[in-house]
Design a protein around this ligand. Structure first.
Ligand code: NDP
Length: 262
């Protein structure tokens, strides 16, 4: 299928500005797609970036290499978001590697779509373990390292807010759970000067949801802009939340969805 229209974006920081210099970030699922764009953007903004991945060590290595070639600092570690020990170990390793941890981005996610009646119990366990328990435990582990000014950003989905077509019961359930986590953590960590936010992407052109996929036209048509977004669009909002501009934003859900929720 021909690619549906994607928005054009320029999101790179202005030359010479490195608003996250001296900070360290961990991005889960950073080997491709939205997570890779977030890792590269935070690194371009000056943060040292650790990224996790599930199985594509080749792609994770490429992201690390690109960041290094651009003058940044990055490191990749395999950590299945559905494995509690791996999650905890990756947070500890990132903090150890960089001597600090300032920003956690919970991006790794699994998407299982299909008729409600056909979703297996194993799928429910796997998706909730990856999309909900993973971010919960990563935030728990990260909170031990975050100081005043710390940031937690989770990647939800426009499907948590609007059931625009059938088949999203499990995925929407998992992503909607992040609303509760985000608000409760914002309240709990606020007194320590740590912000906690949620970003809801709309259809973004990645391996998970390619702009030339079977249902791409439908999804683009459900946005106000009539187009897919790019991973860098999501990364720009995460960078804003991670930086000084995000200091008074907490417990919020921000849609980067081309108007899907409208
Ligand atoms: P991709 O499938 O393109 O990339 C997924 C990334 O997450 C890869 O780096 C992958 O690692 C990693 N990953 C997958 N499962 C795990 C796991 N169990 N443990 C650790 N890492 C894992 O996905 P997107 O970039 O499209 O999606 C990123 C996030 O954005 C997800 O949470 C998704 O639900 C959400 N989202 C995406 C939308 C879209 O339209 N694309 C819309 C709304 C939300 P590896 O390369 O090793 O497999």
């Amino acid at each position: 299928m021909e690619k549906v229209r994607t928005m054009t974006t320029t999101t790179a920081p202005a030359p010479g500005t490195r608003p996250l210099a001296g900070k360290a970030a961990l991005v889960t699922g950073g080997s491709r797609g939205i997570g890779a764009a977030i890792a590269e953007r935070l690194a371009a903004d000056g943060a040292a970036v650790a990224l996790t991945y599930h199985s594509r060590d080749d792609l994770a290595d490429q992201v690390v290499k690109r960041i290094g070639e651009a003058g940044g600092r990055a490191w990749a570690v395999r950590a299945d978001a559905a494995d509690p020990e791996a999650v905890r170990a990756s947070v500890a390793a990132a903090a150890d590697r960089f001597g600090r941890l300032d920003i956690l981005v919970n991006n790794a996610g699994a998407g299982v779509l299909g008729p409600f009646e056909q979703i297996a119990a194993d799928d429910v366990d796997r998706v909730l373990a990856t999309n909900v328990r993973g971010p919960f435990l990563a935030a728990q582990a990260a909170a031990a390292h975050l100081a005043e000014g710390g940031r937690i950003v989770s990647i939800g989905s426009c499907m948590a807010e609007r059931a625009a077509f059938p088949g999203g019961s499990l995925y929407a359930t998992s992503k909607a759970a992040l609303t509760g986590l985000t608000k409760a953590l914002a309240r709990e960590l606020g007194p320590r000067g740590i912000t906690v936010n949620l970003v809801h992407p709309g259809p973004i052109d990645t391996d998970m949801n390619p702009a030339d996929g079977e249902h791409a036209g439908l999804q683009a048509g459900l946005t106000a802009l009539g187009a897919y977004g790019r991973p860098a669009d999501v990364a720009a909002t995460v960078a804003h939340l991670a930086g000084e501009g995000g200091r008074y934003i907490t417990g919020a859900a921000i849609a980067v969805d081309g108007g899907f929720a409208v």
